[in-house]
Design a protein around this ligand. Structure first.
Ligand code: ZN
Ligand code: FE
Length: 253
C-alpha cells in the first residue's frame, strides 16, 4: 500500500504535502510554506508530525517550520544548513533515509537554487520536486546554471515513469500557455493544456502529476527531442543549449 498522500494548498499558489503510514501512525511533511493550513490538515486527521523534509531555502517553503516542528525531525540539505531553519538531520545526494517506514532517496536537483533537494519514495512511487521539476514547467534559475538544471531534470526524468511528481506551486495553467508557445506541434500537450484549463475552472489542483505525462508534455523535459529542436530552429544543437533557450523564452514570456 502506498503511503497516504495529502496535498495542502498554502499561501497564494504553494503546495505542501503530508505523508502518513497508518500502520505506525508516522507522518511526514514536505515543505512548510505556512503553518495554518498544515496544522489544520493535521488536526482534522488526528496526525502528528514525525518528520519535516525541506527541499530548499526559499521562505515560501520553510516559513512554517518553526511553528510546526514541535519535536519532529527536520531534514534538509547539508549544503544549505546555514540558510535553512535549524536541521536535526543534514543530508546530501546518495544518503539513505527512512521516512514513514519507507526508504527514501535524496537527489540533488540544483538549478532553481544551489542545494535544492528532491525526495524519491520508490515504494509508494512519489517524488517531491518542489521548484525543480514542476507540472508542465521547471523552476526559474535563481542560483544555478541552465546546464545544471538540465542535469537535474534528467535525473528526475530517469525515475520510474509512473512516479507521481509532487511539485511546489500551482503554476500549471501559465506553464501550459508557455509550453504551447514552443511546442504547439505536440498533440499530447494540446490535450493536456485543455485538461489543465478544465481542472482549474473546477478549482482543482493540477498536482501531483504523473512523470510519464511530464515526459510527453513538459517542454523542459523535451529539450533533447528532435521535434523541440526543430520548433526552436535549433536542429543539431546541444540539448543543454536547447534547454537554456526554452528557459530564457519562459523568463520573457
Ligand atoms: Zn523556490
Ligand atoms: Fe517556491
Amino acid at each position: 500500500m502506498p503511503l497516504d498522500l495529502v496535498t495542502i494548498p498554502c499561501r497564494s499558489d504553494n503546495y505542501a504535502y503530508l505523508l502518513h503510514d497508518s500502520a505506525t501512525s508516522r507522518t511526514a511533511l514536505v515543505d512548510a510554506p505556512e503553518a495554518g493550513p498544515i496544522a489544520a490538515a493535521l488536526q482534522d486527521r488526528g496526525w502528528a508530525l514525525s518528520d519535516i523534509l525541506l527541499t530548499h531555502h526559499h521562505d515560501d517553503h520553510v516559513e512554517g517550520v518553526a511553528a510546526l516542528r514541535d519535536g519532529a525531525r527536520v531534514i534538509g540539505a547539508a549544503a544549505d544548513a546555514h540558510r535553512l531553519p535549524p536541521l536535526d538531520l543534514a543530508v546530501a545526494e546518495g544518503d539513505a533515509l527512512t521516512i514513514c517506514g519507507e526508504p527514501v532517496a535524496v537527489l540533488d536537483v540544483s538549478g532553481h537554487t544551489l542545494g535544492h533537494l528532491a525526495f524519491h519514495f520508490p515504494q509508494s512511487g512519489y517524488a517531491f520536486t518542489a521548484d525543480s521539476l514542476m507540472a508542465l514547467g521547471c523552476g526559474r534559475l535563481f542560483e544555478g546554471s541552465a546546464p545544471q538544471m538540465w542535469d537535474s531534470l534528467k535525473k528526475l526524468r530517469a525515475l520510474p515513469p509512473d512516479t507521481l511528481i509532487c511539485s511546489g506551486h500551482e503554476y500549471t495553467a501559465a506553464n501550459a500557455a508557455f509550453a504551447l508557445s514552443v511546442d504547439a506541434g505536440n498533440a499530447a500537450l494540446v490535450s493536456r493544456a485543455a485538461a489543465v484549463e478544465a481542472a482549474r475552472a473546477r478549482g482543482e489542483p493540477t498536482v501531483p502529476s504523473r512523470l510519464s505525462e511530464e515526459i510527453a508534455t513538459n517542454p523542459f523535459l523535451r529539450a533533447d527531442t528532435p521535434l523541440m529542436a526543430r520548433q526552436l530552429g535549433m536542429e543539431g544543437a546541444d540539448p543543454a543549449e536547447v534547454f537554456a533557450e526554452i528557459r530564457s523564452r519562459k523568463d520573457r514570456f
